[in-house]
Design a protein. Structure first.
Length: 302
């Protein structure tokens, strides 16, 4: 036990000294992902579209595989462009189908999720049989590979995240009105459908940014869990956004730290587990609906 503790202590010291470039790159990239997913995910959770992020995440796989098969290139911009196209098409299709009365929103999301992921798995099998399969690195998009992110990719992900955050801040009022009171927003002349479509595009961009770090399978968790945690901490939209952003960044740092301590652990799953830890803490002690806090308040009243 003492030997294990000593080894873990040495690894922790190496981590906090930031002596390795891949650790710095992973921290910067995952921080950008946690921040932007927390902010955009707030609107999805408040709008009741949490699972739409899951569908968009699974829909990135066919786009990544198709982009590689068409171009033969494994560069990040090419693969992420394919992911953005397929994710955006899937998300917009879900919103279009759910506006009608014949298909329920949850059914539309389930159909889009399973069909798009099935197409992606089929294309992935074709990629793996291709001559360049050993060089494609497509499989990293399934569960993420934060440790393999380069400085150039960090700049690309950071610039994309900054653009998403800027657009969210600029159109914050329109987003809030469209989410909570679409009729009032229409009366003010706000194009609600365009705003909703922009939210879907922003969500798709978040998914595209996140799959490099977290992976196709788990990227939706970074959109849902920090925002859900923020709802248990704050009671205003801005408060939820800030809380979700902080939880997202802390989950990113914790995930990178845990994956560094445990060699062989993927950063994506450890990020999600850290986010789940913060959610459980907020669920128990959060000022907005914490279970133990509520019981203590009720006990004091009685």
């Amino acid at each position: 036990m003492l030997v294990v503790c000593s080894v873990l202590g040495d690894r922790a010291a190496e981590f906090f000294e930031l002596r390795y470039e891949f650790v710095i790159n992973a921290l910067l990239a995952t921080s950008a992902v946690g921040l932007v997913c927390g902010v955009v995910g707030t609107f999805l959770v408040l709008r009741g579209l949490s699972l739409l992020g899951d569908a968009a995440g699974h829909a990135t796989l066919p786009g990544v595989c198709a982009a590689f098969l068409i171009t033969g290139a494994k560069t990040l911009p090419v693969l992420l462009t394919g992911a953005l196209v397929s994710s955006g098409v899937s998300a917009l299709a879900v919103t279009a189908f759910s506006r009608g009365r014949r298909v329920r929103p949850d059914a539309a999301i389930g159909i889009a999720l399973t069909v798009s992921f099935a197409i992606g798995v089929c294309l992935l099998s074709i990629v793996q049989r291709s001559p360049a399969a050993t060089q494609s690195g497509i499989s990293d998009f399934l569960f993420g590979n934060a440790a393999g992110i380069t400085r150039r990719q960090v700049v690309f992900l950071g610039a994309t995240s900054a653009a998403i955050l800027t657009a969210t801040l600029v159109f914050h009022r329109a987003l809030v009105l469209s989410v909570f009171d679409p009729n009032h927003a229409r009366a003010l002349g706000i194009p609600v459908r365009i705003v909703e479509g922009s939210l879907v595009v922003g969500m798709s961009l978040c998914v595209v940014v996140g799959i490099q770090c977290v992976g196709v399978v788990l990227v939706a968790a970074m959109l849902i869990i920090p925002a859900s945690t923020g709802r248990l901490i704050a009671n205003t939209v801005v408060g939820v956004m800030l809380s979700a952003a902080v939880v997202g960044v802390l989950s990113a740092w914790g995930g990178v730290f845990v994956s560094f301590l445990g060699e062989g652990l993927s950063t994506g799953p450890t990020m999600v587990l850290c986010a789940a830890f913060f959610f459980v803490v907020a669920l128990l002690f959060g000022p907005q609906g914490g279970l133990l806090r509520r019981r203590a308040t009720e006990g004091a009243i009685t």
